[in-house]
Design a protein. Structure first.
Length: 162
């Protein structure tokens, strides 16, 4: 059940990243059209595109952790004796999970500290820049737990897009 939830979260994150990337493209296109066609550059377009890039990156990062698309140390682990390999893989996933937890905590602290300030070009709180860190951090923790559980059960996490 946990694996199904994680796979669903991964597919959702990937879908949101794709929608966000399309929105970035539209924002940049609108900025170019406004500047060169209407001679009136929309100030919000660049700020929104930059904010969307943060969300796209966060969702993509989480999906990469879940579906093992991140840079790993598998080649180094394969050189170790077989009895060490599983322990090192568990350690790697635990450290990735710890990184995700620290990301979420740091994002929460910064978002809380900056939430009362407003962004100059968008009518949103300045702390929204740190929300992607919180989301990605939580997802990374969940996905790392899934990998650890799978290793302990002798199973493998199947990428969500298969």
């Amino acid at each position: 059940m946990y694996t199904k939830i994680c796979a669903w979260l991964s597919r959702l994150s990937l879908g949101l990243a794709i929608v966000g990337l399309l929105a970035v493209i539209l924002c940049v296109q609108w900025q170019v059209i406004g500047r060169y066609v209407f001679n009136d550059t929309p100030t919000w377009a660049e700020a929104l595109a930059m904010l969307l890039v943060l969300f796209v990156t966060a969702f993509g990062l989480a999906v990469g952790v879940r579906d093992a698309g991140h840079i790993g140390l598998e080649s180094m682990v394969q050189l170790l004796p077989p009895k060490w390999q599983r322990g090192i893989e568990l350690l790697i996933h635990a450290l990735v999970g710890l990184f995700g937890a620290l990301m979420a905590k740091g994002g929460w602290l910064w978002a809380s500290a900056k939430w009362s300030e407003k962004k100059p070009m968008l009518p949103v709180p300045d702390g929204i820049d740190y929300v992607p860190l919180i989301i990605a951090g939580i997802l990374i923790v969940l996905f790392s737990i899934e990998h650890i559980a799978a290793l302990l059960q002798g199973k493998e996490v199947v990428p969500a897009w298969n």
